[in-house]
Ligand binder design. Structure first.
Ligand SMILES: NC(=O)C1=CN([C@@H]2O[C@H](COP(=O)(O)OP(=O)(O)OC[C@H]3O[C@@H](n4cnc5c(N)ncnc54)[C@H](OP(=O)(O)O)[C@@H]3O)[C@@H](O)[C@H]2O)[C@@H](O)CC1
Ligand SMILES: Nc1ncnc2c1ncn2[C@@H]1O[C@H](COP(=O)(O)OP(=O)(O)O)[C@@H](O)[C@H]1O
Ligand SMILES: [K+]
Length: 501
């Protein structure tokens, strides 16, 4: 189901497959797949289409040369901007070069100004794939920047040139990458297309396996999120049930000036099905949430932490009392999700980290990149440079299911399994949406979902709600966290209707 492969894994698959195939078969298949993807983006009468093909010095360039030859045979007006290698690197690339040279495609030494002066129908980007070693520089950089200023569709072969296939970061320092509208990626899907800068630069991603035998693909430890991973926990409600059947959630937070955060988490927990929701305040409790009077607002002091799934952190603050409350939550036998200030308190206190890591049932942590950086003792840039690796590292360090938020949220388990989420959009880049996510995941846990599936489903639904709202015009600009709550309720009920047993 939606496996993702590192570039090392892709190379191993490619080598095993190539050994059993005629020379150059995989590059020819990649070129055919590239041409098919390009033809889908061209008008029916290809003769009117002006296609610029960028062919780099490696095998990605070989794919581009094959693609160019096919498109020329299909009747398109093809111009190839070729960056030749110092010396020809492979026989298959040389054969691709010969096919391009004998086609009607035209080789032209265009500079940036000449590229910008032509009205292209499509640019095919075959500068670099998984072999990129350093940032694009000189003429390559100028071409990438010029292409990024064009209005036409841009199809990247394998991955947008300049992007790291494993991490989704632009290869730097001070790198640039081709901003594709579409990517056809070869052999297997790649994590870098779906997280960090990947979602912005790859556009719509299509996978072409190049007809490689399934036996060559080892089981993956990294996947794209999929409803199938959690659908068996989507249960239709039985008639003979009551509020006690659906669990209790206690949100611990609400220091002075930050009462909105636990209310958002609590409202979400209630609206996503928890039977009872307590909002616990580490300082003065609100008498009531008048917008959601079903919530039970209490001071945290004296609350029996054993009776609820705990969502610790929204608006918790950094006081010694908040830290004590977190220590009690960690020491309790209840299921625990730690978010926001709970993560900052953890980062500042190694003893709390040890206690958390020793919880028999584990926990769920929902850091954004800064919170993850604090927990790992590194910079945000280091977290973002390898989101999957850092989420796995944190999960192993704290024996927790880690939800590393942001574009292409990564969910990692202590055993190294990891998933990249595909729903959601920049409408979520607004205050309070993280509180909504923690309330949602906590609510699913209270309703009996295992932590891993609760995290996968929570992240999926949270993003899906934002996607639906954007489709309806409520975002991406100006969406508010509170608006997500009814949209999550609708999305969850629809999913239960569709998949529930
Ligand atoms: N082999 C096969 O059967 C198949 C392979 N496939 C395709 O091959 C792709 C991988 O090919 P690849 O390994 O040749 O790497 P690729 O991405 O083309 O770049 C490497 C070249 O770029 C150079 N270089 C690197 N960075 C640079 C920079 N910043 N600026 C300038 N130069 C730079 C580097 O040279 P260097 O100077 O580092 O020696 C080298 O020459 C893969 O993504 C897929 O598209 C498919 O066809 C399926 C079958
Ligand atoms: N550009 C984006 N694309 C997709 N999801 C995003 C984006 N920006 C933020 N999000 C999501 O929004 C939520 C923000 O959480 P967080 O930063 O903790 O906000 P807050 O602390 O204000 O509640 C996370 O679920 C994150 O993944
Ligand atoms: K490329």
């Amino acid at each position: 189901m939606n496996p993702l492969y590192s570039s090392a894994e892709i190379r191993a698959i490619e080598q095993a497959a190539a050994a059993a195939l005629p020379d150059g078969a995989l590059m020819q298949r990649a070129g055919q797949a590239g041409a098919n993807a390009a033809l889908d983006l061209l008008p029916f009468s290809t003769a009117n289409a002006k296609v610029l093909v960028l062919a780099g010095p490696g095998n990605n360039g070989g794919d581009a040369l094959e693609t160019a030859a096919h498109l020329a045979y299909a009747g398109a007006q093809v111009t190839i901007l070729h960056f030749p290698p110092q010396s020809e690197r492979s026989a298959e690339r040389a054969a691709a070069m010969q096919r391009a040279q004998t086609s009607d495609a035209r080789f032209a030494d265009l500079d940036a100004a000449a590229i910008a002066a032509t009205e292209w129908t499509l640019v095919v980007d075959g500068l670099f794939g998984i072999g990129l070693q350093r940032p694009l520089a000189g003429a390559l950089r100028a071409v990438a920047e010029t292409v990024n200023g064009l209005k036409c569709s841009v199809l990247s072969l394998d991955l947008p040139s300049g992007l790291d296939a494993d991490t989704g970061a632009i290869v730097g320092p001070d790198g640039v990458a081709i901003h594709a509208t579409h990517t056809v990626t070869f052999i297997g899907n790649k994590p870098g297309l779906h997280t960090c800068d990947g979602r912005d630069y790859a556009g719509l991603v299509d996978v072409s396996r190049l007809d490689i035998d399934a036996a060559h693909f080892a089981p993956a430890r990294l996947h794209l999120n999929d409803v199938k991973f959690f659908s068996r926990h989507l249960r239709a409600r039985r008639h003979n049930t009551h509020k006690g059947s659906y669990g209790n959630v206690a949100v611990i937070g609400g220091a002075q000036g930050m009462t909105g955060a636990p209310l958002l988490a609590s409202r979400t927990a209630l609206n996503s099905g928890a039977g009872r929701v307590y909002t616990l305040f580490v300082e003065d409790a609100l008498p009531c949430d008048f917008g959601q009077p079903e919530l039970m607002c209490r001071t945290a002091a004296g609350f029996d932490l054993e009776q609820a799934t705990l969502v610790a952190g929204p608006g918790l603050g950094a006081s010694p009392y908040a830290s004590d409350m977190l220590a009690s939550a960690i020491a309790s036998g209840s299921a625990l999700l730690a978010d926001a200030d709970a993560l900052n308190l953890l980062a500042a206190n190694p003893r709390l980290q040890t206690a958390l890591a020793q919880r028999p049932g584990g926990s769920v942590l929902t850091p954004h990149p800064l919170e993850a950086a604090r927990l790992l003792g590194c910079s945000i840039a280091e977290v973002q440079a390898d989101r999957v690796g850092m989420a796995r590292k944190l999960a192993a360090k704290l024996n927790a299911h880690v939800v590393l938020k942001g574009s292409g949220t990564v969910i990692a388990a202590p055993n190294g399994d990891a998933v990249i989420n595909t729903t959601g959009n920049p409408a979520l880049a607004t205050a309070g949406t993280g509180d909504v996510l923690s309330g949602l995941c906590g609510s699913l846990m209270a309703q009996g979902w295992p932590m891993w599936e609760a995290a996968l489903a929570g992240v999926w639904l949270h993003g899906m709600a934002a996607d639906v709202l954007v489709t309806e015009g409520a975002g991406p600009i100006g969406l508010t966290a509170g608006e997500l709550i009814p949209a999550i309720r609708v999305a969850l009920n629809r999913m239960v209707q569709h998949h529930g047993r």
